[in-house]
Design a protein around this ligand. Structure first.
Ligand code: C5P
Length: 208
């Protein structure tokens, strides 16, 4: 299907899982744009470069090949934190947004998820979802995910981190996280992922 679905939302809202399910169901390509910010941040961390030098970060962003990003390598918490720091830099965003738009235009139908897809990257997408859940619910989900992987963790710390990340992502001046005016809001606080998927399908089917 030749359809563009833009999905935004805060960390641990369930938008990633939902995006994958939607892409698989409709046979669309999927781009997790958070990975592109993570990949730039990880390259800087790995090479011992500062996270606050926009010129260096832009060079890394321009050289990034979206096709080589590996989710497993980029999933580390510290990389997500660093990603949200470099994501405040307008020229870094510009370089990555250009690549993300190229992906959206080349793919015959795609799902893109991130923080600014409906507002900046693909403002003309025919279907926009804003997936959210309360910080407490998101922290509890993350906590159980980490426990399930056999690691020990502290739920209160996760909640504090989530609130800090929200503040940074929603408070920045360039492309802050917010629902596009024409986005459908999906609050998954009291929903299973299956229920969220059913709700998303109804919205997409009605719009497509
Ligand atoms: O979604 P994920 O946790 O992988 O994103 C990491 C960080 O990258 C976010 O906290 C956000 O600061 C940034 N990001 C962004 N715009 C996007 C996707 C991610 O600013 N479209």
């Amino acid at each position: 299907m030749d359809l563009l679905v833009a999905i935004d939302g805060p960390a641990a809202s369930g938008k990633g899982t939902l995006s994958q399910k939607i892409a698989a169901h409709y046979g669309l390509r999927h781009l997790d744009t958070g990975l592109s910010y993570r990949a730039v941040a990880k390259a800087l961390l790995d090479s011992g470069q500062p996270l606050d030098n926009e010129e260096i970060a832009v060079k890394v962003a321009k050289a990034l090949d979206l096709g080589t990003m590996k989710r497993e390598e980029l999933a580390i918490h510290a990389v997500g934190e660093a990603a949200s720091k470099i994501a405040v830099m307008p020229h870094v965003r510009q370089a990555l947004v250009e690549k993300q738009r190229e992906f959206a235009s080349l793919a015959k139908g795609a799902v893109l998820d991130g923080r600014d897809i409906g507002t900046v990257v693909c403002p003309d997408a025919p279907v926009k979802l804003y997936v959210t859940a309360s910080p407490e619910v998101r922290a509890t989900r993350r906590y159980h995910e980490i426990l399930a992987r056999g690691n020990d963790t502290d739920e209160a710390q996760i909640l504090a981190d989530i609130k800090l990340r929200d503040e940074r992502d929603m408070g920045r001046s360039d492309s802050p996280l917010k629902p596009a005016e024409d986005a459908h809001l999906l609050d998954t606080s009291k929903m299973t992922i299956e229920a969220a998927f059913e709700a998303a399908k109804s919205i997409i089917d009605a719009a497509a």
